[in-house]
Design a protein around this ligand. Structure first.
Ligand code: AMP
Ligand code: GLY
Length: 416
């Protein structure tokens, strides 16, 4: 089989790495890929949002299966376009991808099907939104409706700050059309956890749990990022919690998908806030998480291509997914200044001197004249699989010390 992976981050490197282990696969392409995907796939110079370009490539090269990493092409309808041409593609269609592409769509879905989530209101007009601030207590959360490269969510402590944020989104159009609406919601306290599910014919089959670190600095301080560390499994997911998640969240999502006449297939990433043993949904993503994928896929025993094909054929069952007992952990090395402004193009040293047990996923790198250079805010995910979380963590940090580049930054407390 020939497989095309769409995207260019650590998630896509992990996908290419796992797909390469399938004996069904002869050739992998990654569009546009990065310095790491180049080691297991052939990079193709087509951007992830260039749907016509990708379609043309897939047709000309007789691609048997396309796997979509990021959300933007999904929300733009890449799956619908490929399916019109009878090409196999793994991911939800445009309508289903709204669960990530529109916060108000997702919140309305949750409300309608009684899926526990933060209380919220949706606004299109600035005056209405300002007035609504009276109804909420602080802190509260303001979310631009659409896709904003992970920058559309603000947690605000005061009315003054809330007014400024609403002005930026609704009046000054900071996010353009993506901010035509805002969701204002109650701030939830608790611990966050990610549960990624394969969805095949509206049936949710959860993967193992993962914990993602979203804040930039140690002790969960600093700005929100795309995720700068992760581990799996997360001890947060006790038997009691899993039971509640199944009854109060997963089965209601399944019911909602059916009743809305949707046909979801692909990944549904459920971002949860857990308070005690009470789970609430923070958000949905219509794709694999990054860096969750970097810790989940090393633990997956099964052939991932089988899982993709069965999902598309609507025949996937829980028994198809087998997991290793070991724990995995990843620390993301970032460029100084991330998630705000940062420089790129610095040489990375020591990446080829790591212990054999380390899996190095590239998030933002490129090769130039044989040298590996930084090429993004998130640069490398240093990952290990070990009998326990402590061992995985010790292995990772011992190897992080062998890598260096100008401005290299990372959290020291992942998995602690
Ligand atoms: P979202 O894109 O909706 O997941 O928001 C990004 C991040 O903002 C989440 O991972 C949380 O850390 C935080 N967040 C979002 N909504 C809430 C909320 N209602 N209460 C507390 N934190 C939130
Ligand atoms: N790690 C969070 C995300 O992928 O959205």
């Amino acid at each position: 089989m020939k497989v095309l992976v769409v995207g260019s981050g650590g998630r896509e490197h992990a996908l290419c790495w796992k797909i390469a282990q399938s004996n069904k696969v002869d050739k992998i392409y990654c569009a546009p890929g990065n310095g790491g995907t180049r080691l297991v796939a052939e990079n193709v110079d087509i951007q992830a949002n260039d749907i016509e370009g990708l379609l043309d490539f897939a047709l000309k090269n007789k691609i048997d299966l396309t796997v979509v990493g990021p959300e933007e092409p999904l929300v733009l309808g890449i799956v619908d376009k490929f399916e019109e041409k009878r090409l196999k593609i793994f991911g939800p269609d445009k309508e289903c991808a709204q669960l990530e592409g529109s916060k108000s769509f997702a919140k309305n879905f949750m409300e309608k099907y009684n899926i526990p989530t933060a209380k919220y209101r949706t606004y299109e007009d600035y005056e209405g939104a300002i007035k609504a601030l009276e109804e909420f207590s602080f802190p509260l959360v303001i979310k631009a409706d659409g896709l904003c490269l992970g920058k559309g969510v603000e947690i605000v402590e005061t009315k003054e700050k809330a007014t400024r944020v609403l002005e930026d989104i609704l009046k000054n159009k900071k996010f353009g059309k993506e901010g035509d609406k805002v969701v204002i919601e109650e701030f939830l306290h608790g611990v966050e956890g990610s549960l990624l599910c394969f969805v095949s014919g509206n049936k949710l089959i959860p993967m193992e749990s993962a914990k993602d670190y979203k804040k930039a600095y140690d002790g969960d301080e600093g700005p929100n990022t795309g995720g700068v560390g992760a581990f799996s499994p997360s001890p947060l997911f006790t038997e009691g919690l899993n039971k509640r998640i199944k009854e109060e969240i997963l089965s209601r999502i399944e019911e909602g998908l059916e009743k809305e006449g949707l046909n979801y297939k692909g990944i549904l990433y459920i971002g949860l806030m857990i308070t005690g043993e009470e789970p609430k949904v923070l958000e949905f993503n219509a794709r694999f998480g990054d860096p969750e994928t970097e810790v989940l896929l090393p633990r997956l025993e099964s052939d991932i291509v089988d899982l993709f094909l069965k999902t598309i054929d609507l025949t996937l069952e829980p028994k198809d997914m087998v997991w290793k007992k070991e724990s995995s952990l990843t620390v993301v090395l970032t460029s100084e200044g991330y998630p705000l402004s940062y420089e790129k193009g610095f040489e990375i040293k020591g990446h080829d001197e790591l212990d054999e047990s380390i899996i190095l996923f590239h998030n933002g790198t490129k090769y130039d004249e044989g040298k590996l250079l930084t090429n993004g805010g998130r640069v490398l995910s240093v990952t290990a699989l070990a009998p326990s979380l402590d061992e995985a963590r010790d292995l990772v940090y011992a190897n992080v010390d062998k890598i260096s580049f100008k401005g290299m930054f990372y959290r020291k407390d992942i998995g602690k």
